[in-house]
Design a protein around this ligand. Sequence first.
Ligand SMILES: O=c1[nH]cnc2c1ncn2[C@H]1C[C@H](O)[C@@H](CO)O1
Ligand SMILES: [Zn+2]
Length: 358
Amino acid sequence: MTTPTRDQVRRAPKVLLHDHLDGGLRPATVLELAGECGHALPDGITDAAELGRWFAAAADSGSLVRYLETFDHTVGVMQTAAALTRVARECVEDLADDGVVYAEVRYAPEQHVEGGLSLDEVVAAVQTGFDEGSAGRRIVVRQLLTAMRHQARSNEIAELAVAWRDRGVAGFDIAGAEAGHPPTRHLDAFEYLQRENAHFTIHAGEAFGLPSIWQAIQWCGADRLGHGVRIVDDITVDEDGEVRLGRLAAYVRDTRIPLEMCPASNVQTGAAASIAEHPIGLLTRLRFRVTVNTDNRLMSQTSMTEEMWSLVEAFDYTLDDLRWFTINAMKSAFLPFDERLALIDEVIKPGYAALSSR
Ligand SMILES: O=c1[nH]cnc2c1ncn2[C@H]1C[C@H](O)[C@@H](CO)O1
Ligand SMILES: [Zn+2]
């Protein structure tokens, strides 16, 4: 099968499991909201294109901690119900325009209460935006509620996720600086979610290695891994090409634990040297349950089309490979099985078939 064109990649149905609401604002929206609420933007920037470049350059730091500092300027303008609803609506519009047919979008409700909103009001405001953005568009969107790993509100956020499970929230996550903040700090929250038959993913194996992935899976019971790139530290490839998996890597592959890989973000934070050297190439070859994601579209100046296109260029992936990533992601979604199946059979497979036959 031949290499797809960029336009084919854009038109292909795509599934996104790892995208931060506060990492995907339009630069023009950040500017407008900052003006409305009096938030001081860096270097006094007043031009949208310049602001977009500032985010990308500041995030291009080689360090997750410095990368995360840029979120002060998105979270800072998302402190009212109206702002949250607008950002959520525009997020869905942008994803749908990019050919995304199913998305799970995450953010940390505890970071949006500085203006006096309750946690419930934050989730409601985001849901209103998702409902408005999805109306009349070919996209299904769910929320994932994130707790910040350096804070101590994970129990509350886990309860919030369960309370909203039938109203647009599909699961839970923890994010933030990884080194020094192991997932086991939030064990109570994960055990509560397991007792509630709820779903969760954990950012692990991005800025810290195997111990973080091991804890996330074997102590906390994560359904999926956010990033998980460092699982390659448990894989050796000999000079003659023979591959050996350590016990943890074998467990992840054998049990089909989905890896939410975010190549552009990993290059910015230094988790990978370049797209061509990104472990997604090896992990795909070894048939781990790999999915492709954006992480933060604003900071990485990326989109699902861009992520997939960069992989096509680096690894010569075909439409069949992109379809495989997409079906992997849909199978791994925190959506009921019958709804996942319907999207695979009625949207994704026909969408790829139509592309290939042209
Ligand atoms: O790649 C990431 N790793 C860890 N934390 C992250 C990443 N991208 C965004 N975050 C943080 C910053 C946001 O404010 C928070 C909730 O979306 O999640
Ligand atoms: Zn992330």
